[in-house]
Write a protein that binds this ligand. Structure first.
Ligand code: PMP
Length: 390
């Protein structure tokens, strides 16, 4: 479609037509039998996507920040020690939420573009009793990917709950929640889950549910309190009507549609597709002599890429040129370096053709701004890498 813009920011993303169509259906009652079935099925499908057959799923109207808030409000009590392993803006947000609930937080950060070492994490866990630690699986502000598996193992060793911010990773990066022993994996609808913004999604381990049940003080937040939501989730899963706050009916119908699409592709295939596309995309970016923010490829996200503007190129001008080529990408987010880099989302139903379009628009825009690069180089690198992956 002429003039149609391709939304390549790290959420919201381009959505499948079937998902958008599901959103437009006539809204039914939240206790109608057809909706009860959709809600119940969505909870069940979440377990497949999270690889958490034993987890307790929650679907609540709200954003990713609400999912973060819920994990804190329910699991943390005043004065609890919490370790935040941060790799950007969203690690700091988690710290702010914990601080708001009176937790005693410690934040571990590595130099920009590097991951906090496991040794440092273990040293900190040894130093005092931590109730919980948090990991941002993919920090959307930096494009950094943190491997949660060894950190979750450390958390188990020190009897600490592990909470994974998977807002920019669930259904895009590899997650085996039960096998890896992660206690909470939370996300939002608008990223790799593939549904317009408005749903907070969590999967909570039985261990964390026990910690929640045995807490000594009341939960100081009415909307986030699992005492209100757990009976609703249990009822929908047992296909019984229930009510606490009116569910986002149309969004949940869209969620079921998207979860079915994800499960049809198969979560392993989907993760592999994200990995292959991200690797090829990074090859395209480096062929333009551009630098990506994570310093090594093992910590570069497969759901988005953060790229520094080259010397001599004004960021705002580049982004508006790319936009005039009908591709929407995102500017920087991390304070201090906000104007020195930009971000491209490539998650959900992203295809090789979408990324060809991004690289072509980026290369053309750079050339128009006087950047010295051979035309076609990024596409050549992208195609070459993609063919190798086949
Ligand atoms: N965590 C991460 C890693 C995110 O990328 C975001 C959103 N960009 C959030 C948390 C917050 O989610 P929301 O904007 O839906 O509240």
């Amino acid at each position: 479609m002429k003039g149609r813009k391709l939304l390549m920011i790290p959420g919201p993303i381009e959505f499948e037509p079937d998902v958008l169509q599901a959103l437009g259906m006539a809204t039914t009652s939240h206790v109608a039998p057809n909706f009860i079935e959709v809600f119940g099925k969505s909870l069940e499908l979440m377990r497949d996507v999270w690889n958490s057959p034993k987890g307790q799923p929650f679907i609540v109207a709200g954003t990713g920040t609400l999912a973060m808030d819920m994990s804190v409000a329910n699991l943390i009590e005043q004065g609890d020690n919490v370790l935040i392993i941060s790799s950007g803006y969203f690690g700091k947000r988690f710290k702010d939420i914990f601080d708001g609930y009176g937790a005693n937080t410690t934040i571990l950060e590595a130099p920009l573009g590097e991951a906090v070492s496991l040794d440092l994490i273990e040293k900190e866990l040894k130093s005092k009793k931590y109730k919980a630690l948090t990991i941002t699986h993919v920090d959307t502000s930096t494009g950094m990917l943190i491997d949660p598996k060894p950190i979750a193992q450390l958390a188990q060793k020190y009897n600490t709950l592990s909470i994974l911010d998977g807002v920019c990773s669930v259904a895009g990066e590899e997650i085996n929640q039960d096998e890896w022993g992660i206690d909470v994996v939370l996300t939002a609808s608008q990223k790799a889950i593939g549904v317009p913004p408005g749903l907070a999604l969590l999967m909570v381990s039985q261990k964390a549910m026990e910690v929640w049940k045995n807490r000594k003080t009341p939960i100081p937040n009415y909307y986030s309190d699992w005492n209100n939501w757990l009976p609703v989730m249990k009822a929908y899963e047992e296909r019984r009507p229930s009510y606490f706050g009116t569910p986002a009916v149309n969004l949940i119908v869209a969620l079921e549609t998207s979860l079915k699409i994800i499960c049809k592709e198969g979560i392993e295939n989907r993760v592999k597709r994200h990995k292959n596309l991200a690797k090829a995309f990074r090859a395209g970016i480096t062929a333009l002599n551009l630098e990506i923010l994570p310093q090594t490829t093992d910590i570069a996200a497969n759901t988005l890429t953060a790229v520094y503007y080259p010397k001599g190129i004004v960021g705002a001008k580049l982004l508006s040129k790319i936009a005039s080529n009908d591709i929407i990408v995102a500017g920087g987010l991390l304070s201090g370096i906000q104007t020195s880099y930009f971000r491209i989302g490539h998650m959900g139903s992203v295809s090789p053709n979408d990324l060809v379009a991004v690289l072509a628009a980026l290369e053309r825009s750079l050339l128009e701004l006087g950047y010295d690069v051979e035309s076609g180089k990024s596409l050549q690198a992208f195609q070459g890498e993609l063919l190798k992956a086949k």
